[in-house]
Design a binder for this molecule. Structure first.
Ligand SMILES: Cc1cc2nc3c(=O)[nH]c(=O)nc-3n(C[C@H](O)[C@H](O)[C@H](O)COP(=O)(O)OP(=O)(O)OC[C@H]3O[C@@H](n4cnc5c(N)ncnc54)[C@H](O)[C@@H]3O)c2cc1C
Length: 423
């Protein structure tokens, strides 16, 4: 029997949740695949905040893409940044001047944090999206304690020990809860001149409550759990300015040594590359089968796309949604290769929403079943360990969490990216 022809070339841009799932679900299909990413690793973003707060090491939440796919001989992995698309010539343009021809193109290029038109705030209020972001934030947090230890002026010391987090979604809540625990449980014995338990953690949210994606009851529970950890939650105040001094929200100015941004996202430039219709966050408004309108051979999935396919509502920007879309596109490609051009609309199935508040509490909304507190934290922990890649990482993360749970110790308290220099 002849081996199936692999002349059809699928180019997948982005080795995040959506892109990797597309490649996984195309296993055995008569295609050649090229997977392009600007980074050499797949990143488990849901645990990034744990790297930023010194709980986990970078290699525990990221894996080299090339190695993940080494057994798939029909898949070529390329480290390159895509800078545009020539849809007429069916070519992807790489930023280094190269080009890649495709028969089918899948854009899974994700999103990045956005500053609502105030990009000048980024140096003062970094966001969390990449491993570099996480280690840079970890550096800022740990350096604030180091500088406070050497500061004689009490007012300046207080400012250094103030941590402001902008945005009360899951990432903001997770950062705030974990920084509070770091200051109150992990660090006190390490310092001689400062009492790290006096650090102030302020979570600033413009809306009327934190975690608006959850029910009011779970959101109120999370608010109370944060307050028990000592986090000061400020609701109903939009941030008006971020600077080297701190942050201005509503009519208040807060001097803060560290300001972190967890407030908004903006999609990759995929819509611009194709001059495709997009929403305010620059997400491509895709057709029901996730193809880009006017380009049946180009699909956009995950955080870089938007579609009202969750009982008429927009699909949320979360990992399971990106994975389901990757699987849907792979199934469409397979059908088309069999000569079946039926259009099957994508429908999102929501398994549940989860958020943690420190190392002892979480909230989970499975729809009919809602959990909170310790039991929810354990379910959250087991679910995240299950979704990590590889037995070694699962064991390493489980052991780290167990250690943290019983001892409060966070072992990744490393200040990297350069020696300390005065400002
Ligand atoms: C801090 C944080 C916490 C989160 N927590 C959760 C959570 O608890 N649960 C949950 O379900 N979701 C969570 N999310 C959201 C989830 O991570 C995203 O929804 C998911 O990663 C989207 O998958 P994606 O494939 O669309 O994009 P990504 O996973 O972001 O992948 C995009 C890939 O494209 C690559 N890329 C981008 N531009 C280019 C280019 N020009 N050329 C080449 N490569 C490019 C990137 O390097 C990246 O590898 C979180 C996100 C963040 C940032």
């Amino acid at each position: 029997m002849n081996a199936p022809s692999r002349s059809h070339h699928v180019v997948v841009v982005g080795a995040g949740f959506g892109g990797l799932e597309t490649v996984r679900c195309l296993a055995g299909a008569p295609v050649r695949i090229t997977l392009v990413d600007q980074r050499n690793h797949h990143l488990f973003q849901p645990l990034l905040y744990q790297v930023a707060t010194a709980s986990l090491a970078t290699s525990e939440i990221a894996w080299p893409v090339r190695h993940l796919l080494c057994r798939r001989k029909e898949v070529t992995t390329l480290l390159a940044t895509v800078g545009g698309i020539d849809a007429d010539a069916r070519q992807v343009r790489l930023e280094d001047g190269g080009t890649l021809a495709y028969d089918t193109l899948v854009l899974a290029t994700g999103a990045r944090h956005a500053y609502f038109g105030h990009d000048e705030w980024e140096p003062f209020a970094p966001g969390l999206k990449t491993l570099e972001d996480a280690t840079a934030i970890r550096r800022r947090i740990l350096l604030a304690f180091e500088q406070a230890e050497r500061e004689d002026d009490p007012r300046h010391r207080e400012a250094l020990l103030t941590f402001a987090i902008v945005g009360g979604g899951p990432t903001g809540v997770e950062l705030a809860g974990t920084i509070a625990e770091l200051a109150r449980e992990t660090l006190p014995g390490d310092f001689r001149r400062i009492d790290t338990r006096k650090a102030r953690v302020v979570l600033i949210e413009a809306g009327p409550r934190i975690l608006p994606g959850f029910t009011e009851e779970l959101s109120a529970y999370a608010h109370a759990a944060l307050a028990r950890l000592g986090v000061d939650v400020q609701l109903g105040h939009a941030v008006r300015e971020c600077s080297g001094e701190g942050v201005v929200y509503g009519d208040r100015a807060l001097s803060a040594g560290v300001v972190l941004w967890a407030a908004g996202v903006q999609a990759s430039p995929a819509a611009r590359w194709l001059d495709a219709p997009a929403d305010r966050a620059h997400r491509v408004k895709v057709a029901p089968d996730l193809s880009v309108p006017g380009h049946p051979d180009i699909f956009a999935i995950g955080d870089t796309a938007t579609i009202d396919a969750w009982h008429g509502r927009p699909v949320p920007g979360i990992a399971p949604a990106a994975k389901q879309q990757g699987a849907h596109v792979a199934a469409t490609i397979r059908r088309r290769l069999r000569g079946d051009s039926t259009v099957r609309p994508f429908r999102y199935r929501h398994a549940g929403s989860l958020a943690t508040i420190g190392k002892r509490s979480a909230i989970i909304d499975f729809g009919r079943v809602r959990l909170r507190g310790r039991i929810a934290w354990w379910v959250w922990g087991i679910a995240h360990i299950y979704f990590l890649i590889g037995v070694r990482n699962r064991l390493a993360v489980a052991l780290n969490w167990l250690w943290l749970y019983v001892s409060g110790d966070r072992s990744a308290r490393l200040i990297t990216q350069g020696r300390w220099k005065p400002k």
